[in-house]
Write a protein that binds this ligand. Structure first.
Ligand SMILES: Cc1ncc(COP(=O)(O)O)c(C=O)c1O
Length: 391
């Protein structure tokens, strides 16, 4: 990877030390151009006419995403964020009272709220599998928790609040053996590490465009395994998702398009396509190798600072690093870093409810580099943090 060249193609690198890729990654000039071009076209010839001209590029966004995760273009539906994509998947499952939903401690806050809503609405039982000694989902305990009542296993591959990479493939094997649906929330893993839905063994996978994929805000996607489509009943039906049959019935659109809405931002779809193509061109193995290295390095450097601790769980850890500075509030650390031109954010207890129940460590400072960050940038962030720790 030519880091200098990648940075030159990323306008934001000239202005900030951007360590908030788990929030939103920096877009490249090429992605910006693809979006600007289409916006101009919409204003010049009309929105519908511009969409018609961009038909092939739009189709390419689906192809690129399919290639990214090892699925097929017709198995993909586009959304305006990951949460909507996840909810479209979750609420298409035909749960019955007494069913079980099994999940882990790392589950994302919005997913947890949907589980709680379903429990309240239908009496579905929500089972939270404990972590193992290394802080990832305990796959043996998961195997014991999954029974014939288990309709769905929901797993956040990488949580919002830490560097853990959950052993999704092992979870997939358990789901398959039990005949339960496996919904993988890959919001923080898409664009950060290689994903292959066959190896992962998931039936449904959701992701967002703006984070490690470096796409625009307002983009998300759902992948649905073709073989499970007929077991699902999308909760929203409209003119993109289905066709009126001329009488008092309708037919679902083929493939995952039945989850989509007719109206969308074509500018964003094209931006997402551009960003995914860039990730594919660099290669997800190479991106992951560098991201994992930067995460490890940042964690090690922070741990060396007296008064600073890191709090990432799991056997495999990614480029999300969470830290605490003794005696200094996380928000204060974030503000000090922002004053120094360094973007980071803080974790929120309510965004990781089942983790909070157990650890109660949030809020923490969350630093999330990506392959285009340099080792010097990490050291600069550590220097600012160590000044605060000394004060
Ligand atoms: C693990 C995880 N899942 C889901 C989401 C929600 O993604 P979005 O904001 O695109 O809806 C996030 C956002 O931070 C996340 O970290």
């Amino acid at each position: 990877m030519d880091i200098e060249q990648l940075r030159a193609q990323t306008p934001g690198c000239a202005r900030r030390i951007h360590l908030n890729n788990a929030g939103a990654g920096l877009m490249t000039r090429a992605t910006l151009q693809a979006m600007r071009r289409h916006l101009e076209l919409e204003a010049t010839i009309g929105g519908y006419e511009a969409a018609e001209q961009a038909e092939e590029a739009v189709a390419d966004t689906y192809r690129a995403l399919a290639q990214l995760i090892g699925g097929r273009p017709q198995e993909l539906a586009l959304f305006d964020n990951s949460t909507r994509a996840w909810n479209a998947a979750f609420h298409s499952v035909q749960f019955r009272p007494g069913d079980r939903v099994v999940t882990g401690r790392a589950e994302y806050g919005s997913n947890v709220l949907s589980y709680l809503q379903l429990a309240r609405r239908l009496g579905v039982e929500v089972v939270v599998v404990p972590n193992d000694g290394q802080g990832q989902i305990d796959v043996e305990a998961l195997g014991r928790a999954v029974d014939e009542r288990t309709r769905l296993i929901g797993l956040s591959h990488i949580p919002t609040g830490g560097g853990l990479v959950n052993p999704a493939e092992e979870v997939g094997r358990i789901a398959r053996a039990a005949g339960a649906l496996f919904l993988l929330d890959a919001t923080q893993s898409a664009g950060q590490l290689p994903l292959d839905v066959e190896r992962l063994g998931c039936d449904l996978l959701t992701g967002t465009g703006r984070k490690f994929l470096r796409g625009p805000r307002g983009t998300g996607f759902l992948w649905v395994r073709e073989a499970v489509l007929e077991r699902l009943d999308p909760s929203v039906v409209e003119i993109e998702a289905a066709t009126w049959d001329g009488a008092r019935g309708f037919t679902w659109a083929p493939g995952a398009r039945r989850f989509e809405s007719w109206e969308r931002s074509y500018v964003n779809v094209l931006g997402l396509g551009s960003a995914v193509r860039q990730a594919l061109a660099l290669g997800m193995e190479a991106i992951w190798a560098r991201d994992a290295m930067l995460g490890d390095r940042l964690r090690r450097e922070l741990e060396l600072v007296p008064g600073v601790s890191t709090h990432d769980l799991g056997r495999v850890r990614c480029a999300i690093v969470t830290a605490r500075v003794e005696g200094v509030a996380a928000q204060q650390v974030r503000r000090r870093l922002a004053e120094a031109g360094i973007n980071v954010t803080t974790t929120v207890a309510e965004h990781s409810p089942f983790d909070t129940e157990e650890r109660g460590v949030h809020p923490l400072v969350r630093l999330s580099p990506h392959y285009y960050n340099t080792e010097d940038e990490l050291s600069e962030a550590v220097r600012v943090v160590s000044e605060l720790a000394r004060s």
